[in-house]
Structures are given as structure tokens and as C-alpha cells.
Design a protein around this ligand. Structure first.
Ligand SMILES: Cc1cc2nc3c(=O)[nH]c(=O)nc-3n(C[C@H](O)[C@H](O)[C@H](O)COP(=O)(O)O)c2cc1C
Length: 531
């Protein structure tokens, strides 16, 4: 009886999302059993391999360009010599630790996202897994699966995308530490990596389009994933600068050859019966992909009512997001309290909130953007809503906003970082607004867009000599109250502190491969900005 009631409730669109949100709100302290932590990458030891050029070859065509894209997504990018410090930056003693840094941020540096690639070509046609440790592709299936993964199984070979990238999440990698919250993190990290892929792809002359509306069971089956231990969360269709790859042997997607087994032990499944497992199950049952109705109202929700003063941002300098990739790293102990120029802020906001190519409606973003301004030239400290159309900041709270946010439940490192930051970006949205159209999959889409927006802001900041760190705990009920969201259906979705990097610090990082020697001296070594 109880079981039947639960099953019925789970089929009501939005119910799994509501339960998940309630579970996160009411969760108590977490107990972490590190003995259950899986490895931070996976392999297919028996699979045929394609070793990718290292360092990438100068021609940057075909698989060389794809290899460079993958390395700048998930590769081992930095060697970090880290002196252990507490949350205030004071040394805690003990020997320094050596860390491997990756190009994009990841909650707790757990790196739960895996990348798969479908390529064509007479010799290369196959479905590959990227092994970031050895920088190679492992062929998990033969044949040309590009059209099937792109959701266009019936198109002729000539109009197939050159390459299709699929991002999947190994849920337990994040959830062993963060419990149900891990599901939110893996969705955001998928968005982070999509932003990174679009930025790097653009530098490499590729064009990409994000697909978030696909049939999970079909995609997971093709990738050889069970959907519960690991499941596909996003697809990126890519066109390469040197044109289409020659078509390979087509494969009937209904009867694919068996996948090669992955390394063992396999990570655990999401705890069955938990709120995250139920939500993921509900997001898998998405409505079939259809194009959005033009002119639809924003599912992010209506703007807040109590806006008064407006601040017109100055013209933003052009910034290429890929320029931020080599410099991006989350600052370990906050920022140097230096003001930020308003035009620099304008560039970061424009980069974050601009349109992106996807199968979501272009005129109906899933998120809106708020700003907590601490020290921005010409802008009174306070909280603002960013009007992405007019590129104007609308003041929603006065100077007390910063103290208000600091009065919320924040982790110690956020308490240290925020006062030195120039600003904090806060994506917000209604977690249920898109349910009528997308069902519970809306939760995923909105969280993915949140991550994408955060990473675009981060890359813009890094390209402009700044640094940024996600502080997820900054998105809380107190912040919502400060922003005027309390009592509305919208809420803060994440929190990104942006500021000037400190000189020195507990970390010393060396890029892999080593950067160019400047004046014949040491390879490029960065202090403080890495880790
Ligand atoms: C979705 C997401 C959430 C994160 N949340 C936090 C957070 O709450 N607090 C924090 O200090 N860092 C947070 N981070 C930053 C990670 O800790 C950081 O990316 C990781 O340690 C790797 O370091 P790096 O960014 O310097 O490469 C988050 C990163 C991501 C992608």
C-alpha cells in the first residue's frame, strides 16, 4: 500500500524534485566513509586504444584537435605542491602534499564526470572513452554511433556531426562524500565542462551545440552504462574545422555490439531509495526531445518586484574565454581586497549570461543572475539583479546585503573568502518552473545551466587577470532573503566569489606539459593562484 503510494507519487511530474529539495534542506551532518571512495577516473583495460598526441601536435586537425579538447576538459593539467593550511590560510604543519590539478573545477576535486566520444572514419569509427591519466582513447564499441548519440539516427552519413561528445557522471564519486547533494554537484559540473568545451572548442575552430534532451536509457545502453552507477547527462555535438570525418561502418543502434568491460572494482550505485536516486530516475523519463515554442515565458521566473535603482554597466572589453583556461584555478585562501573595474565586471557578466548553443530555448534561460557587489568601481556595495538583455544592474538590496549574506550559514572558508572578494555571482531560478514542459528533467537542465554560467564567468575572470571560486554554501535561505527571493518560487542555485588573486600562498603549481621557458629561465611556475 505504502509502496504503491510512493510509486504513484514518483510519477507525478515535479514530485521527485520536491522531495529531493526537501531532503537537501532537512539533511543532517554527513558521515563520510572514505573506504568506499572510488578512484577518480576509470579505464577499460582490455579495449583497443588510440594514443593521443602529447603534447598535442601543431597541426591540430582530426584526433589531435579532439585530444587537445579532451585534455583541456579533463586532463591532468597541473602538478601542485601544496602546503597544508587551515581555512584561514594558516599552516597546519606536516609535509606538503603533491596534488594533480585538472583544467576545470570539481566539487571536492573528486572529478565525477567522464567523457565519451563518437567518431567516424574508416579506421577510427567507434565509441571511445577518454582515459585522462594516460591521455588516450579506449574503444568501447565499434562502428559509427554519431547519429544515434546526437539523437538523429536516420540521417545520411554526410550530415552526421563530425564528433559527438557525451559527458556522464559516476555518481558515487561525488556522493560518497556529499550524499544526495552530490547529484546537484555532478549536474553543475556537467555544465562547467560544457562551458569549458565550448570555449576550448571555439579556440580550436570547432563549433558545438549542447543537447540536454535525449532518451537516457538508449544513450546509456549504447555507452554500456547502467544509468544508476554512471549515467549520461549531456551531449555536445561538434563540427571540426577540417570538415566532416569520412563515414565509418554504420551500426544499427537497436542492436549494438557488446561494450568492453570497464576496470574493477566498479563504483557503488547511488543509494537506492534515496532522494537523489529517485530524482535521477525521474529525470531519465524525459519527454521526447522537441524544439521549444518561440516566445515562451522565461522558466527562470519573473524578476523580483522590489527593484528601484539601476546601474548601466560600461561597455565590456572583448574577452576570449579560452584565454582563461591556463590560468583558472580556485584560490585556496580568498582574495586580495582590491577593487574591480566596472568594465571588467561588465565583461564577466556578459560572458556568464550570454546565449549558448543548445536545445533549450534561446529566449527562455533557465537561470537569472544576481550580484553581490563588495568593491566594484563606481558601483555602490549591495545586491543587484543583472538584466542580461539591457546589460543593466538593478539594485535589490543596499549596503547591508553583504553583512546579511555573511550572517547566513556559511562554511569557514567562505567566511574568509567573501570579505576579500570584489563581487559574488549568484545564479538563481525556480526549480519547478520548467516541470510542466520538461518534467523532473528540468532540475538537471537548470543545474547544468548554472554550472555553465559559473564556468563562463570563471573563465572570463581568469582571462582578465582575476580569480574565482565556487562556494556552494553561499546559496542558502539567508542569501535568498537578502536577494528578495524569500517568499517567491525562486532560489539561489550557487555562489561564485570573484576577486584579485593573492600573491604567494600555500600552493606552487607547474603546468603539464611545462609551459614555454621565459627568457631561458625556469618553466612557467605559478604561485598562489593554483589549487
Ligand atoms: C559544482 C562545484 C561546486 C563547488 N563547491 C565548492 C564549495 O562549496 N566550496 C569550495 O571551497 N569550493 C568549491 N568548489 C571548488 C572545488 O573545491 C575546486 O574546483 C577543486 O578543489 C579543484 O581545484 P581547482 O578549482 O583549483 O582546480 C566547487 C566546484 C564545483 C565545480
Amino acid at each position: 500500500m505504502h509502496h504503491a503510494a510512493t510509486a504513484a507519487a514518483a510519477t507525478v511530474p515535479g514530485e521527485a524534485t520536491r522531495r529531493y529539495l526537501a531532503a537537501l534542506r532537512d539533511r543532517g551532518p554527513l558521515t563520510i566513509d572514505r573506504s568506499t571512495a572510488p578512484t577518480r577516473h576509470k579505464r577499460y583495460p582490455g579495449a583497443p586504444r588510440i594514443v593521443l598526441p602529447w603534447p598535442t601536435s601543431p597541426d591540430r586537425t582530426g584526433l589531435s584537435a579532439v585530444g587537445e579538447l579532451l585534455r583541456e576538459l579533463l586532463g591532468v593539467a597541473r602538478l601542485i605542491w601544496f602546503h597544508q593550511v587551515d581555512d584561514t590560510g594558516r599552516p597546519v604543519g606536516g609535509p606538503p602534499v603533491l596534488l594533480l590539478g585538472r583544467p576545470a573545477p570539481s566539487g571536492g576535486a573528486l572529478y565525477p564526470i567522464e567523457a565519451y566520444l563518437a567518431v567516424g572514419g574508416p579506421e577510427t569509427a567507434g565509441l571511445y572513452h577518454y582515459d585522462p591519466v594516460h591521455h588516450l582513447l579506449e574503444r568501447v564499441r565499434d562502428g559509427d554511433h554519431r547519429a544515434a548519440l546526437a539523437g538523429i539516427p536516420d540521417v545520411a552519413p554526410a550530415v552526421r556531426p563530425d564528433v559527438v561528445l557525451v559527458l556522464s557522471a559516476v555518481f558515487w564519486r561525488s556522493m560518497f562524500k556529499y550524499g544526495d547533494l552530490g547529484y546537484r554537484l555532478v549536474c553543475q559540473e556537467t555544465g562547467v565542462l560544457l562551458a569549458q568545451a565550448l570555449a576550448v572548442g571555439e579556440r580550436l575552430g570547432m563549433t558545438g551545440e549542447i543537447r540536454l534532451r535525449f532518451a537516457d536509457p538508449r544513450l546509456d545502453r549504447l555507452l554500456g552504462l547502467d544509468g544508476r552507477r554512471e549515467g549520461a547527462l549531456a551531449v555536445l555535438v561538434l563540427e571540426l574545422p577540417d570538415g566532416p570525418v569520412r563515414p565509418g561502418r554504420p551500426v544499427d543502434p537497436g542492436d549494438p555490439p557488446p561494450a568492453v568491460p570497464e576496470s574493477t572494482p566498479a563504483p557503488r550505485r547511488m543509494p537506492p531509495g534515496g532522494a537523489a536516486a529517485a530524482l535521477h530516475e525521474a529525470t531519465r523519463n524525459a519527454a521526447p526531445p522537441t524544439r521549444e515554442v518561440p516566445g515562451a515565458t522565461s522558466p527562470g521566473g519573473a524578476p523580483a518586484a522590489r527593484e528601484a535603482t539601476e546601474f548601466a554597466l560600461p561597455p565590456a572589453p572583448a574577452v576570449r574565454l579560452a584565454d582563461g583556461v591556463p590560468y583558472r584555478a580556485s584560490p585556496p585562501v580568498g582574495f586580495r581586497p582590491v577593487p574591480l573595474a566596472a568594465d571588467t565586471l561588465a565583461a564577466v557578466l556578459a560572458a556568464a549570461a550570454g546565449p549558448y548553443p543548445s536545445d533549450l530555448a534561446r529566449d527562455a534561460p533557465a537561470t537569472e543572475l544576481y550580484l553581490l557587489a563588495l568593491r566594484v568601481g563606481g558601483l555602490r556595495p549591495g545586491a543587484y539583479r543583472y538584466d542580461r538583455e539591457r546589460r543593466v544592474l538593478c539594485r535589490v538590496a543596499g549596503e547591508s546585503a553583504v553583512a546579511g549574506v555573511l550572517g547566513g550559514r556559511l562554511l569557514p572558508n567562505t567566511r574568509i573568502a567573501l570579505p576579500g572578494a570584489a563581487a559574488a555571482l549568484i545564479p538563481a531560478g525556480d526549480p519547478l518552473a520548467g516541470v510542466p514542459r520538461h518534467g523532473d528533467r528540468w532540475y538537471r537542465m537548470q543545474q547544468i545551466e548554472t554550472g555553465l554560467l559559473l564556468q563562463r564567468a570563471t573563465l572570463a575572470a581568469a582571462a582578465l587577470g582575476l580569480t574565482a571560486r565556487i562556494h556552494s554554501d553561499g546559496a542558502n535561505e539567508t542569501t535568498d532573503r537578502v536577494l528578495g527571493l524569500a517568499g517567491t518560487s525562486r532560489r539561489s542555485l550557487s555562489f561564485l566569489c570573484i576577486g584579485t588573486p593573492r600573491a604567494g600562498g600555500p600552493a606552487l603549481a607547474r603546468p603539464i606539459p611545462a609551459g614555454p621557458r621565459k627568457g631561458g629561465g625556469h618553466p612557467q611556475i605559478t604561485y598562489g593562484r593554483q589549487c
